[in-house]
Design a protein around this ligand. Structure first.
Ligand code: ADP
Length: 184
């Protein structure tokens, strides 16, 4: 096992921006390098420990609190916990930052028009037809992060380039051993 330091790498961004895609590649890269890493995917957790929660402000907040709790436990035990969740409100990200000792905010930046063009899950089309109430970016706000630790360009840059950017940041900040050329 490589000596990584526990932390939470929290991906925030619009639906379809590329959070899960980038997070999955990062997970694979970290594991191949011998680090202990886990991925907490917002969509999966909504079918599990966050089941029953809806999309009101209160429920969304509760959703994030549960994810932050589990991610924090993992991080305290030396795991690099990657979270992929829209996390649309500033208040949520402030909560996660204060609740988690080593919280690294990664803003997956992709224009709404591009997310809508991708429409990976067909949700934007439904939201435009008012079939989904409170859909982030359409009928519910996404408050752009004001002080993210990392910003990834998920429109112009490649997934692998963005993974390198995160790994370099983790190495530079002491979460991964900074051995030249090992991860990047
Ligand atoms: P999210 O988890 O943010 O909802 P997903 O990762 O599920 O988004 O979907 C993003 C989609 O955009 C995927 O189909 C992915 O292949 C595509 N995509 C195209 N370019 C990029 C990029 N540079 N970074 C991430 N995803 C990209």
């Amino acid at each position: 096992m490589m000596e990584s330091k526990g932390c939470v790498v929290w991906f925030t961004g619009l639906s379809g921006a590329g959070k899960t895609t980038t997070a999955q590649h990062l997970l694979q890269q970290l594991r191949e390098a011998g680090a202990r890493a886990e991925l907490l995917d917002g969509d999966e957790l909504r079918a599990g420990i966050c089941k029953g929660l809806g999309f009101s402000r209160e429920d969304r907040m509760e959703n994030i609190k549960r994810i932050a709790y589990v991610a924090g436990l993992l991080a305290r035990n030396g795991v690099i916990a990657i979270v992929s969740a829209i996390t649309p409100y500033r208040e949520m990200r402030q909560y996660a930052r204060s609740a988690i000792g080593s919280y690294i905010e990664v803003y997956v930046d992709c224009p709404l028009e591009e997310c809508e063009r991708r429409d990976v899950k067909g949700l934007y089309a439904k939201a435009r037809k008012n079939e989904i109430p409170s859909f982030t970016g359409i009928s519910d706000p996404y408050e752009v992060p004001e002080n993210p630790d990392i910003v990834l360009n998920a429109h112009g840059s490649t997934v692998s380039g963005n993974v390198v950017q995160v790994c370099s940041w983790l190495a530079k900040s002491g979460y991964l051993p900074a051995r030249e050329g090992e991860l990047v």
